[in-house]
Design a protein around this ligand. Structure first.
Ligand code: IVH
Length: 682
């Protein structure tokens, strides 16, 4: 057996290595190693930490998965109020701000920093002794919500800062959901029949204010730090720009699009550039922020009310336009949903011609009172698909017509509404807003199910995209997902397809072969069961370990799982009742697609061998409770700091134990860190 010292050393080295790669990937956006290699390092570290829990620390890169849920957020008082910004909407208004600022500064020389105004939400992060201690929302500016556990899941937020740093400091920045992550999240929610987020900002806010940090951990949130709020015992640089450079050097993520600007004309130029280019950004920006660069001048300018006088937001015009709604069409989605979409008189919105836009569902159309023939407002957000915001009622001329989905798909011969694609029956499950095609063999559905099955987040079969899945389905080579695994017997036909060279056939067949070993959660997700998105699929895989076990589970057993409601339970049982689906699963099994977890459930990690000593008052729970939790997980607690002590937990007003621990080099935890250690032990 390796000596404990050697293990500890390896763990330490792995962490340094992983943290470095984390930084390259999440902060610099320039990874040096492949995802697989990175995963291998993480797995290695996790294995060691599982085996030697005494070396598990809250700042380990494995601790990004989210702690246990809380019932409500605590309140954090900001060290310094979080201000908002004044807005200007035109060059004239900007120049007026500039003139005022110049006057107030009485001839002092200054320049600016131009930044993007990111549409996310403001957070304040405090670091104590180089460790991330708390993270809070803006709240009312004076008090925010304690969202530390959620912010800890954002990989571009460093857990610890090495080197010479102020003993206590606070940075502020904007948490946001990149466009790609937003689109993906909404697609997932649509598949699960959950309400969609209106824009990335709402999605980011919804994700960060989750009481269950494990959900936050699955959302690809990111951050840009935009100011140093406070720093104890530090002579801060003289300008905002240098401050940002300093924060960058500490490992914080700062927007690479920030620019130093001289003179207001350069500010206008910066604005114009980004107004044109904003769509190309990986995040949504609703304007630029102009900041006076010299910090002493910022101080001199001060604030009025809640707004600083040294900065201003120059907003971009909304990417909206108005046009006529010519018709409402209906497309059929993968799970058979009827999705109404707007057919528009082509209109250019922010440089892009829009002919179609989404209308979500019938309830939404009714709520917004959108009628066919209306002049409507269309908006292009970060998404690819533009949306209809609402009608311009003042422009109604009387000929507009209300939309009814059932009337639209009504078939006179059959005397009932039918699916516009296959002509089968229409159903609307109770309590849902969507209508569905009852026929699971409906051609567009079948084709989209295959497309979903091979997609990146499902079985990840590279080389088969939208077009090829459509073609394979159309030619009858792949009628359902299971058929993919029998394609190797149909190489001749594959080679006969247009643009299919020998090499691509080999590549595709290899990719199919490789997909046989995907984790169970992926398989469950890939099956395309209505309302089962990635998150639910993961829950199900965790609970059931095999597809057979899941298939045999009763509705009641399913509902007894915390995050599974009747709607999902019904959908799962209905799925496995259907003969076609059972047949697909059997053929997958025959083709040797893995339908169970590889290993038995991981052992519950314990704190055995870990000794805690507590000092000072804890905020979240009484000390006895903390001690009870530690013991429940197999840890021990001691009265005094000794050689045996693994951690000293420091609350408010710590006693002499702290000095002793510092002397002895005992690892010191703050309350948050203790919570993480306890919370992650599920
Ligand atoms: S500076 C006192 N810089 O905009 C200055 N804010 O409307 C305060 N925001 O609450 C903020 N991007 O959440 C600053 N580059 C940026 C920003 C930014 C987005 C947000 C921030 C603030 C809101 C004010």
């Amino acid at each position: 057996m390796a000596s404990l010292d050697a293990v500890k050393k390896t763990i330490g080295q792995l962490r340094v290595e992983i943290n470095h790669h984390n930084y390259r990937y999440y902060v610099l956006d320039s990874p040096k190693i492949s995802d697989t290699e990175y995963d291998r390092l993480i797995r290695k570290l996790k294995r060691l930490e599982d085996q030697y829990p005494q070396f598990l620390t809250p700042d380990s890169p494995t601790q990004r998965i989210g702690a246990a849920p809380v019932e409500a957020f605590g309140v954090i008082e900001h060290l310094w109020p979080l201000l908002s910004l004044g807005n200007v909407f035109s060059k004239e208004e900007l120049l007026a701000w500039y003139t005022r600022t110049t006057k107030l500064l009485g001839g002092a020389q200054f320049n600016f920093v131009g930044e993007h105004k990111i549409d996310g939400l403001a957070v304040a992060l405090t670091y104590v002794n180089g460790q991330l201690a708390t993270g809070a929302t803006r709240g009312d500016g004076l008090h925010g919500e304690d969202i530390t556990q959620n912010l800890r899941t954002i990989r571009s937020i460093p857990f610890s800062i090495s080197g010479e740093v102020p003993p206590r400091f606070e940075v502020r920045g904007e948490v946001f959901l990149p466009r790609a992550g937003f689109t993906k999240l909404n697609q997932e929610r649509a598949a699960e029949g959950q309400p969609l987020f209106a824009n990335p900002r709402n999605a980011a806010a919804g994700s960060i204010r989750q009481l269950d940090p494990r959900i936050t951990a699955r959302r690809p949130l990111d951050i840009y730090i935009y100011m140093l709020g406070y720093a104890e015992n530090k002579t801060t640089p003289e300008t905002h720009w240098e401050t940002m450079e300093y924060l960058k050097s500490l490992g914080f993520k700062v927007n690479p699009n920030n620019r130093r600007l001289t003179g207001i004309e350069q500010v206008v130029e910066y604005y114009r550039t980004w107004e044109k280019e904003r769509e190309s950004l990986r995040y949504e920006a609703d304007g630029i922020v102009v900041k006076v660069n010299q910090l002493n001048l910022q101080k001199r300018l001060g604030d009025i009310g809640r707004e600083p006088r040294w900065a201003i937001a120059y907003k971009f015009p909304a990417v909206q336009g108005t046009t006529r709604l010519l018709k409402i069409g209906i497309s059929v989605g993968r799970t058979g949903t009827f999705n109404p979409y707007a057919v528009l008189e082509p209109v250019s919105v922010g440089g892009v011609t829009i002919k179609q836009a989404t209308l979500h569902n019938e309830d939404d159309i009714r709520r917004k009172d959108i009628r066919i023939g209306d002049t409507v407002i269309v908006q292009r957000a970060g998404e690819v698909i533009p949306e209809v915001i609402g009608p311009v009622k003042s422009q109604r001329r009387g000929g507009e017509r209300e939309f009814s989905l059932l009337e639209e798909v009504f078939n006179k011969e059959k005397g009932q509404p039918v699916c516009p694609v296959c002509g089968d029956e229409v159903v609307k499950p109770e309590g849902e807003v969507m209508y569905y095609c009852a026929n699971t063999a409906c051609p567009t559905q079948a084709q989209q199910r295959i497309e979903h099955f091979v997609s990146r987040r499902a079985m990840d079969i590279r080389g088969i995209g939208e077009n090829l899945s459509a073609l394979l389905h159309e030619k009858g080579l792949v009628r359902d997902a299971a058929d993919l695994y029998y394609l190797k017997d149909k190489q001749e036909q594959l080679l006969g397809l247009e643009k299919m060279a020998k090499k691509s056939v080999t590549n595709i067949l290899n990719a199919i072969e490789q997909s046989k070993d995907r984790p169970l959660s992926r398989v469950i997700f890939a099956l395309g069961i209505r309302h089962i998105g990635e998150e639910t699929a993961e829950t199900l895989a965790r609970e059931f370990h095999s597809l057979d076990e899941l298939a045999e589970t009763s509705r009641e057993q399913l509902i007894s799982i915390l995050t599974i409601g009747p709607k999902i339970a019904d959908s799962i049982t209905a799925f496995f009742r259907q003969a076609e689906n059972r047949d697909i699963i059997e053929r997958l099994r025959k083709a040797k697609v893995r339908l169970a977890e590889k290993a038995a459930k991981a052992k519950v990690r314990t704190l055995s061998g870990v000794e805690f000593v507590l000092t000072g008052t804890l905020n979240t729970f009484p000390r006895q409770e903390a001690e009870a939790k530690i013991k429940a997980l197999g840890g021990t607690t001691g009265k005094n700091v000794t050689q045996k002590t693994t951690y000293l937990v420091v609350g408010v007003d710590p006693g002499s134990k702290l000095t002793k621990a510092q002397h002895m080099g005992t690892k010191i935890l703050n309350e948050t860190e203790l919570l993480i250690l306890l919370g992650n032990k599920r």
